[in-house]
Write a protein that binds this ligand. Structure first.
Ligand SMILES: NC(=O)c1ccc[n+]([C@@H]2O[C@H](COP(=O)([O-])OP(=O)(O)OC[C@H]3O[C@@H](n4cnc5c(N)ncnc54)[C@H](O)[C@@H]3O)[C@@H](O)[C@H]2O)c1
Length: 246
């Protein structure tokens, strides 16, 4: 049985592409998402052992149950990718505590809780690696997205702090920071031709990113090729931030 990678948000976009890339690399999969059907479809597309569970990953009790099931089929869990996320568009002028808390809970608090819950498994693998999907908006502001920007900046801090502690157990913790990637999350914006054209014109590599562009970097961070990389982040944005952001 191959070591497994646990991926949240595995039903769609970057998480799905990461699951497929991990399977191509020979890892077994523990694939979690709130969407049931696309998870089942993912399972039909891979040749490795896969355990799926559809539930809200912010629910700690449900997570613990799903983890017990996963551990019984996957004795070695080597990687954790937190790709579940929401964009939570709500400018500070329309702030509500409920919406703020939901965005922070899914994007950031669940990453921290799962890092805690998986730390023994990852340490036992001897070469554990955690990758959080932050964003270029962890580095730059966006007036519609204060909670999102805060959650993504928080992941950068979490990777540094958890990375320091877990390095003692040879578990590495890093972020990827995607720019504009063509997924269901970004699609409503991509539907505005003006947004797409402006983003492409400000991207030195001249296109909107694809989920595989990010998944390949995630695979690097999961692999032994990045064995001396921890507590940091890699920007995957076609050069967007090199010229000052969106
Ligand atoms: N698409 C982009 O341009 C972009 C850019 C930077 C960062 N990101 C980040 O990448 C990550 C993946 O996003 P994506 O673009 O692939 O979007 P996506 O909407 O395609 O995928 C997100 C997945 O997370 C799942 N999810 C959301 N809340 C959940 C919950 N509470 N429990 C379980 N599953 C849940 C959704 O069902 C979905 O399958 C997110 O963290 C997002 O913030 C995306």
């Amino acid at each position: 049985m191959a070591p497994a990678i646990l991926i949240t948000g595995a039903a769609s976009g970057i998480g799905r592409a990461s699951a497929l890339a991990a399977a191509r690399a020979g890892y077994d999969l523990i694939a979690w998402d709130i969407q049931e059907e696309p998870l089942a479809e993912l399972a039909t597309r891979v040749d490795v052992a896969v355990t799926t569970a559809s539930f809200d990953v912010t629910d700690g009790d449900a997570r613990r149950r799903a983890l017990d099931v996963a551990r019984s089929s996957h004795p070695v869990i080597e990687g954790f990718v937190h790709a579940a996320g929401v964009s939570g568009a709500e400018p500070i002028s329309a702030f509500t505590a409920e919406s703020w808390a939901r965005t922070i809970d899914i994007n950031l608090t669940t990453a921290a809780a799962m890092t805690h819950e998986l730390s023994d498994d990852l340490a036992a693998s001897g070469r554990g690696s955690i990758v959080y999907i932050s964003s270029v908006e962890g580095w730059f502001g966006h007036e519609w997205l204060p909670a999102y920007c805060s959650s993504k900046a928080g992941l950068l801090g979490l990777a540094r702090a958890a990375g320091m502690e877990l390095a003692k157990r040879n578990v590495r913790v890093n972020c990827v920071c995607p720019g504009a990637i063509e997924t269901p999350m970004l699609q409503p914006l991509l539907d505005f031709a003006e947004f797409t054209e402006r983003t492409i014109s400000r991207t030195p590599l001249g296109r909107i990113g694809q989920p595989d562009d990010v998944a390949d970097v995630i695979m690097f961070l999961l692999s032994d090729q990045s064995r001396f990389v921890t507590g940091t982040s890699l920007i995957v944005d076609g050069g967007l931030t090199s010229i000052g952001g969106i």
